[in-house]
Design a protein around this ligand. Structure first.
Ligand code: ZN
Ligand code: ZN
Length: 341
């Protein structure tokens, strides 16, 4: 989610810090925010949203799987007079570990279904074969001009790694446009919003104009795109902003942080930041031919560290891919590959 971390490239997940505990609170009648701890620096928690339904709740997102994490979810539910057995359905906004990680455990305990978008292999493939995904990531990095020495260090530090996923389970139902989710607050419609992740959807309750936005829109604007699973993640993200703008939501229930109401301003803020990033990538390759790795400091200064390297490089590659789709940048094949305006 946030610019300060990366679920797939940071240091290995650690046990939940002692201070961080799951917490639950009612934010609106029939809607509970479950704030669950994360082991990532800069992103201490994520939200799951419990919405009253059929004498129980529909649970939107799950929190990440790590030692003791299910107890934190139960703790948060208990603060809302709920328990795992009250979950009638699990709905995931996308397949990142902080939103899908505990799905298998919850589904098993509650005996309910999981609904999620079918394009979830960006995560499920990693959970099933982390070595292959790491090898591919190293190859992409090498192709992008990352020098051998830091690559070797990254490779050795990254093994072995927890996926944050309790178990890989397939959705019982594909969460695509046209599907609705019934709750006591009315039906929620599904809106496909790829970009942040290929499996991303937002859920909208039209009468109340409530939006469950996952990581597509957050209170604090931050960008991340999964690289390598779809043709143009940045282009998809920009289109998804238009999709969500068309809903005219009044209140946003995001995947991290507090609820917010100025939804349009947040959409505009995201557009502006994407535009700025694209311009700065374009500025870097204008009149030059650079590897993606060489573009990185032009955009992010000296922010590069072993913990964020993969995540920043993914974003740069996504920006370059989008500029290429627009016909504004060109890829020069080679080893490493280079880019020019
Ligand atoms: Zn997230
Ligand atoms: Zn995410």
């Amino acid at each position: 989610m946030a610019e300060a971390t990366d679920r797939r490239s940071g240091s290995p997940p650690q046990a939940v810090r002692k201070r961080e505990l799951g917490r639950g609170e009612r934010v609106l009648p029939g809607i509970f925010r479950l704030r669950l701890p994360l082991p990532w620096p800069g992103v201490p928690h994520c939200n799951a949203w419990a919405v009253a339904a059929a004498e129980g709740v529909v649970l939107f997102d799950t929190g990440m799987h790590q030692p003791g994490s299910l107890i934190q979810l139960e703790r948060a539910l208990a603060m809302c007079n709920l328990q795992l057995e009250d979950v009638r359905l699990v709905v995931c906004t996308h397949a990142h570990s902080d939103h899908y990680g505990q799905a298998a455990s919850i589904v098993e305990r509650a005996g309910c279904e999981l609904w999620m978008h079918p394009n979830h292999e960006h995560m499920t493939r990693m959970a099933e074969d982390p070595e292959a995904v790491l090898a591919r990531r190293i190859e992409v990095a090498r192709q992008s001009g990352v020098p051998e020495e830091p690559l070797r260090r990254y490779q050795s530090e990254r093994r072995p790694r927890e996926s944050g996923i309790a178990g890989v389970i397939e959705p019982d139902r594909d969460l695509v446009s046209g599907v609705t989710i019934d709750t006591d607050l009315g039906a929620w419609t599904v809106h496909e919003t790829p970009g942040h992740a290929p499996s991303h959807v937002c859920l909208f309750q039209p009468e109340r104009r409530l939006l469950i936005s996952g990581d597509h829109l957050l209170g604090r604007i931050s960008l991340y795109f999964d690289y390598g699973y779809s043709p143009d993640p940045v282009g998809e993200f920009i289109h998804s902003l238009d999709v969500v703008e068309g809903l005219n939501a009044r209140v946003c229930l995001p995947g991290h942080g507090r609820t917010f109401t100025d939804v349009c301003a947040h959409i505009e803020g995201n557009r502006k930041l994407v535009h700025e990033r694209l311009e700065s990538v374009l500025g870097a390759v204008r009149g030059r031919s650079l590897t993606a790795f060489e573009v990185l400091p032009h955009v992010y200064g000296d922010a590069l560290s072993p913990a964020n390297a993969h995540w920043l490089l993914s974003k740069i590659l996504c920006y370059l891919t989008h500029l290429r789709a627009l016909g504004r940048a060109r890829r020069i094949p080679g080893d490493p590959e280079r880019w020019t305006a």
